[in-house]
Each structure stands twice: as structure tokens, then as C-alpha cells.
Design a binder for this molecule. Structure first.
Ligand code: FAD
Length: 466
């Protein structure tokens, strides 16, 4: 990592201290090191597209929307990059500092401002960690519909800005689907508020500039979310299929029948791509509705030859679903180094038409084998269209090139099939080189919007392929 680069910007740091107070501006080397980067690991960076994070000039921790506005205006005046930072758990380098600038950690803005139980809505500040919001909602008999692995770490603002997907996504959709309205500070310091209603027909819904916007179009400061009753009943199952294709047919059948599982996690049981696969399946909510869905889904699986495993297997899976994130939180800088010792691993999470998934899987396995890249496993999450694949290769930089080239070739196939190269982790810097192919001329439109809203290019530059 390039070193400390804040000489010449002492005036900027001093002005931030004047605006926010000394305690709200961090300049120590350990803080700058921590905030320079997110959870993107070394082994997932293609040597041909190196990503070199640098220490920011400083990290600031604004306490309210007015302070965020003041920081944005200062960054514009002195023309330094401004990177919004939530839990720092993003996997694509979207919160990385690529040039010395200001990092704005939103986590002091963590209040649950209002819970309206009758309307099933919650108005929360963007820096609130999901698990904390969820715990507070429980007091009103409600819960969040977004339940990613990183529930204990990720923030409302970060998950909106990546439009993340969680375990309950099969029933409630992505984080973006749960945003009714939001408040954001625009790149020149003005505030934008969108109506917090379930639907409106009064023009373009500007909240979509920020859902998946990775902080490039402004800083989200407040969000009104749809929230859900704590379920009265829940049932969990682990089902084994003899082959990936058999289980795939089953999940297509149950999806077609209208089942909306809260747990839908399907994948290879071993590294043998022709071996058995396991489907973790769950339903929750009103006991009668959940039981009806469970009945239809188990029937669909049974017809495709599923074998039910011990109940404890599914319960253990559900209980432990956030443990990887707790490990990450306990030692977050270690993750960045993954692969430096020569064991490289990368994965793709792609959206495809369901009719293409099995063909793509077959092609991917053949392509990896032809290039000497190891197939680890493949899977589906929340629905039959969202497919993932994990690949590995051991060795030095040459191995990293071969792994990266294989992933790039796979993403090319995704585009040939009319798919999208990522379904939940965002673009950041890792997938930026693929955005021209992903969006075609629409990327020019996004870039024009960006220039129009952010003429000085201060808001999280270098991300999203903008
Ligand atoms: C072990 C592990 C498991 C994971 N599992 C999942 C999963 O199940 N589902 C999933 O979707 N993702 C998962 N992720 C990825 C990550 O948790 C998500 O991308 C999450 O949404 C990021 O939230 P964050 O608060 O950490 O955001 P950050 O990483 O801090 O930031 C992400 C992006 O949002 C921007 N941003 C942050 N806050 C704001 C704001 N207030 N306004 C504007 N822009 C902002 C940042 O600049 C950056 O571009 C996982 C990551 C790890 C390490």
C-alpha cells in the first residue's frame, strides 16, 4: 500500500476539524490503513488490472446530515475524492481509496429514528448496522427483510449502495426492494429526499440513483425501509439430490408454483461437479401460508428425487449463517491478504435466464478444466436465476493471471447469454472493466449523469466503471 500522503493538505484536515470537532477526524496510520480498503482480497485482483489502495488524507465521522453536507462542500472546494464508508465489508473494492482523499465513515449516524408498526416501516440513519436495527425492530414485533451473511457488520447505507441480497431475499427481495424512500446528500452538497411510499407515479423515482450507486451519486444519510412481522412459524429442511441438474429442476418447479422460501441455498456437496447437491430450504410467516408453501415445495422436490437429511443439518446451517461475517469483523485486515501465500480463489455471482443456467454451468466447468483451474463448487441463491461458482488455482502471479483470465472468459459467456456479471456484491473496482460490455451505450448515460451531478468528480471516483 502506498504511504501516508497528507502533507500539503494540512489545511483541509484543519478545516474538517473546525467543522466536525477533533474527535471526528482520524489521521493515525492504523486508521488510515484500515479505511484504505474493504473486504476485497488480494487473490481476486487480476495482475493486469492492479488495484493499488492508498492511505486517505483522513477519515471523518459526521454526526448528522448537515455535517455530511459540510464535508461534501469542503471536498468540492479543495477538489479531493470523498469515499463514503459503511461497514467496509464490500467485496469489490468499492470503498477503497484509490487517491488520497477524505473517507466519510457514516457509522455515527446510527439511529433508528422512527418505527411505524401499523405501516410496517422504519426510518433509520444510513450508518446503522443491520443487526442493531433488526434487534430494535424486534421490540415492536418486526424485523428486517434483508439478512446477508454480514448482518452483524454491514450498514443500511452500504447495503442500499450495493443493493445487496440476503438469505430472506427469496421472499422479500434485495435491500433495494425494501427501500421506500431515502435522503441523500448530493455531490455538490444539496439534499435530495424521495417520497417514502410503497409506490408513486409522480415522475422518475430518484431513489434508484442511490440503490446500487456505490456512493458515486451522493451519500445516503437516511432510509425508510419496509419491515416485516417477526414470523409466527418457521420450517427448515436440508434435501440431497443425486445431481445438480435434478435439484435445479426441483427449484424451477417450486418457483414456478409460486413458493417464496426464506431460505433457498442450493449447491454442490463436494468438488465433484457430477456428485450430489444439497438444497437448504425454509419457509416462515403466517403458519397456514408457510405450511402450504412448505407442502408444495417438498412435493416438488420429492418428485425430482430429493432425500431429506436430518433436521439438525438445516438448523445448524440457519444458526451459523452469520458466523463468517463475525470472523471477518474480528480480523478484517487478514482477508485482504488472502492469496498472497499462493492459494488463489475467486468466485462469480451471476444473474442468468433460468434456461441458460445448466448450460453455463457445464461450459464453466469445462473451461476451468481446460485451463487447469480447480472447480470448487457451484450454487444457486434465493432463486434459480442467481448462480455462483467458486474457482481456485495455486501458484504465484502466473496462477493469479490464469484464474483471472478464466473468470473474465466466464463473464464474457454471461454477457453472451444476456446475463449480468454480478447479482449482489456490486461493481467497485474489481468489476469496473466489465461495465462497458454489461451496459453498452447505457454506460454513457450513467457517465453523463455522473458528470452533471458531480462536475468535479469527487464522489467515490474510479468506482462502478464511471
Ligand atoms: C464474509 C462476507 C460475507 C458477505 N455476504 C454477503 C451477502 O450475504 N449478501 C450481500 O449482499 N453481500 C455480502 N457481502 C458483501 C458486503 O457485506 C455487502 O456488499 C454490504 O452490502 C456492504 O455493506 P457495508 O456497510 O459494509 O458497505 P461498505 O463496504 O462500507 O461500502 C460499500 C459501498 O457502498 C458505499 N457506501 C457505504 N455507505 C454509503 C452511504 N451511506 N451512502 C452512499 N454510499 C455508501 C461505499 O462507498 C461503497 O461503494 C459479504 C462480505 C463478506 C466479507
Amino acid at each position: 500500500m502506498a504511504g501516508h500522503a497528507n502533507h500539503g493538505h494540512a489545511g483541509t484536515i484543519g478545516r474538517l476539524v473546525d467543522l466536525l470537532g477533533r474527535d471526528a477526524v482520524l489521521t493515525g496510520a492504523a486508521d488510515l490503513d484500515l479505511y484504505a480498503w474493504d473486504a476485497l482480497s488480494h487473490s481476486r485482483i487480476h495482475p493486469a488490472h492492479p488495484i493499488v489502495p492508498v492511505h486517505p488524507l483522513c477519515v471523518c465521522t459526521p454526526a448528522d446530515t448537515a455535517e455530511v453536507q459540510a464535508v461534501v462542500r469542503l471536498a468540492n472546494e479543495v477538489r479531493v475524492p470523498l469515499v463514503p464508508y459503511g461497514g467496509g465489508s464490500g467485496l469489490m473494492g468499492a470503498a477503497a481509496s484509490l487517491a488520497p482523499g477524505i473517507v466519510a465513515d457514516l457509522r455515527r449516524m446510527n439511529a433508528v429514528l422512527e418505527i411505524d408498526a401499523d405501516s410496517r416501516t422504519a426510518r433509520v440513519q444510513a450508518g446503522a448496522v443491520l443487526e442493531t436495527v433488526d434487534a430494535e425492530l424486534h421490540g415492536s414485533g418486526l424485523m428486517l427483510g434483508h439478512d446477508p451473511w454480514t448482518l452483524p457488520v454491514a450498514t443500511v447505507g452500504g447495503t442500499v449502495s450495493t443493493d445487496g441480497l440476503g438469505y430472506r431475499g427469496g421472499k422479500y427481495g434485495s435491500m433495494g426492494n425494501q427501500v421506500l424512500g431515502l435522503e441523500a446528500v448530493l455531490p455538490q452538497g444539496d439534499v435530495c429526499r424521495t417520497p417514502a411510499v410503497s409506490k408513486h407515479s409522480t415522475g422518475v423515482d430518484l431513489k434508484h440513483l442511490f440503490i446500487g450507486g456505490e456512493g458515486c451519486f451522493g451519500i445516503v444519510t437516511e432510509v425508510t425501509l419496509r419491515v416485516f412481522p417477526v414470523p409466527e412459524a418457521r420450517s427448515l429442511h436440508a434435501l440431497r439430490f443425486d445431481s445438480f441438474a435434478a435439484g435445479f429442476d426441483a427449484v424451477c418447479d417450486l418457483t414456478r408454483a409460486g413458493c417464496r422460501p426464506i431460505l433457498f441455498d442450493y449447491g454442490d456437496e463436494t468438488e465433484d461437479p457430477d456428485g450430489p447437491s444439497i438444497l437448504f430450504l425454509g419457509f416462515e410467516g403466517n403458519p397456514d401460508l408457510a405450511a402450504a408453501e412448505e407442502h408444495v415445495a417438498l412435493d416438488a422436490c420429492g418428485r425430482r428425487g430429493s432425500h431429506e437429511l436430518a433436521a439438525e443439518r438445516a438448523e445448524h446451517f440457519w444458526r451459523e449463517r452469520h458466523s463468517a461475517a463475525r470472523r471477518f469483523a474480528a480480523n478484517r485486515t487478514e482477508r485482504r491478504k488472502r492469496g498472497q501465500a499462493g492459494a488463489h480463489q475467486d468466485w462469480v455471482h451471476v444473474a442468468l435466464p433460468a434456461s441458460r443456467v445448466l448450460t453455463f454451468r457445464r461450459e464453466a466447468i469445462a473451461l476451468a478444466a481446460a485451463r487447469g483451474v480447480r472447480f470448487r463448487d457451484s450454487g444457486l441463491w434465493t432463486g434459480p436465476e442467481l448462480f455462483s461458482l467458486r474457482l481456485a488455482k495455486e501458484g504465484g502471479d502466473r496462477a493469479r493471471v490464469e484464474l483471472g483470465d478464466t473468470v473474465a472468459a466466464l463473464l464474457d459467456r454471461v454477457h453472451a447469454y444476456g446475463g449480468s456479471v454480478e447479482y449482489c456484491h456490486g461493481v467497485g473496482v474489481k468489476l469496473a472493466p466489465f461495465m462497458v460490455r454489461e451496459h453498452g451505450q447505457s454506460l454513457d448515460l450513467m457517465r453523463s449523469l455522473k458528470r452533471c451531478m458531480d462536475p468535479n468528480g469527487i464522489m467515490n471516483p474510479g468506482k462502478l466503471g464511471l
